[in-house]
Design a protein around this ligand. Sequence first.
Ligand code: FAD
Length: 403
Amino acid sequence: GLDQVTKDIIKSTVPVLREHGTDITKRFYERLFETHPELKNVFNQTNQRKGDQPKALANTVYAAALHIDQLEEILPVVKQIAEKHRSLNIKAEHYPIVGENLLLAMKEVLGDAATDEILQAWERAYGVIADVFISVEKEMYEEVENKPGGWVDFRDFEVVRKEKESDVITSFYLRPADGGEVASYQPGQYITVKAEMENEPYNQLRQYSLSWAPGNDMYRISVKREDPMGEFPAGKVSTYLHEKVEEGSILPISAPAGDFVLDQLDERPLVLISGGVGLTPMMSMLETVIDKQPEREVIYIHASRNERVHAMKARVQEITEEHANVTAYTVYDEPADPIACDKTGHLDRAWLEEVLPTNQAAFYFCGPKGFMRACYQYLKQLNVADNDIHYEVFGPSEDITAS
Ligand code: FAD
C-alpha cells in the first residue's frame, strides 16, 4: 500500500493532471515508441494519430490520482482495460517500460513543477497501480489458458467463409487452423485480429466484436470497410480484410475478451440499440437471448444511413417472425424508400418513449460516439438508472456520458 504522505502528494497533482494530462500522455507515447519501436506492433497507431489513446490514458491516470485513497473505486475501469490488455497480449514485463517513460514524460512536460518529491510519489503510486493491473491480468490469462478451447497469445484461424452483409460490411467465419476447439465466450465480447500486411512495417492489431451467438464451432466477425473520407485515408485493417483476406486465408487472433456482456440472469425486458456496424455485439446478444431466454421481451432498434448499408436485415426479420417476444425497429437517416423503415432521421427521445417498454428494462447500445452520447442522454432523460445502461466504445475507452 501507499503511505498517507505519498497519497497526499498524488492528490495535490490532480489539478495539474486535469490541465496537462493529455500533454503528458502524448509525450509518453512518443517516448515509448522512440525507445521501444517494437511496441508499434501492439498499440494501434491510428488511435495515436487521432489522439484517442493518449486521451484515454490521461483519463485513467487522472482517475487513479483522484481515487488514490480508494483505488477499488476504479476497479471496473481497471477490469475493462485489463480485458483489452489481455486481448492485446500485454504482459507484466511491459509495465516497467511504461512506468519509466510515463515518469520521464511527466518530468519533461511539467518542468520545475515536477519536484523530486512529486516524481517519487508518482513512481510509488505507479508501482501500486501497475501491480493491480498485473494481478488482474494474470488471473485473466490463467482463466483463458485453462478453459476448454482457450489459449493465450495469438492463434491461427482459417477464414472458412467470407460473406457480404451490406455495401460496407462483410462477415468472416473463422475456424482454428489447428483443428482444435474454440473457446466459448459471452455475447458482446470481441477478439483481436493481428493483421500482418505487406508494405506495413508493423503488425496492426484491431478488435472485432463476435457477431453471432456462442456455441458454434467457429467465430464470426463482421467488419465495416472504412473508406477514405476527405483528408483521411482508408482504414488499414478493415480495407485489408475486405480486399486481401479471402476464404482459406489465415488470421492470427486472440481469445475472446471484454466486459460488455449480456446479463442472462436478468429477466426484465431487454433493449438493444445499435448504430451502423455497432450491430455486431447486438446481433450476438439477440441470437443468444432467443435461444437461452426465449420468454424474455426484446426490443431491438437499429439505426443506419439507408437500406444499402443495413447489414443482417433479413436475419433480424426472420427472428421477429419466429419469436413473438422480439420486436425490431429500423431507423434510417436517408432512406431510398421511406416505408422501408420505422422512422426517418435520427433517434429522438419522443420516439424512444413510444417504442420502449414501460416497465424497467436493461439497455445495451453500441455505435458511433455521437450516436452513443445521444442514446445515453435520452435514456437518462427517461430516468433509466446508470446500472441498467451498458455500452461498448469501438475505440479506446471514452466517457460518453458527458453531455
Ligand atoms: P484505421 O487505419 O485504424 O483508421 C480508422 C479511421 O481513422 C479511418 O476512418 C481513418 O480514415 C481515420 N483516420 C486515419 N488517420 C486519422 C487521423 N490522423 N485523424 C483522424 N482520423 C484518422 N469494427 C467493425 O467493423 N466491426 C466490429 O464488430 C468492431 N468491433 C469492435 C469492438 C471493439 C471493442 C473495438 C475497440 C473496436 C471495434 N471495431 C469494430 C473497430 C475496429 O477495431 C477498427 O477500429 C476499425 O475496423 C478501423 O480499423 P482500420 O485499421 O480499418 O482503420
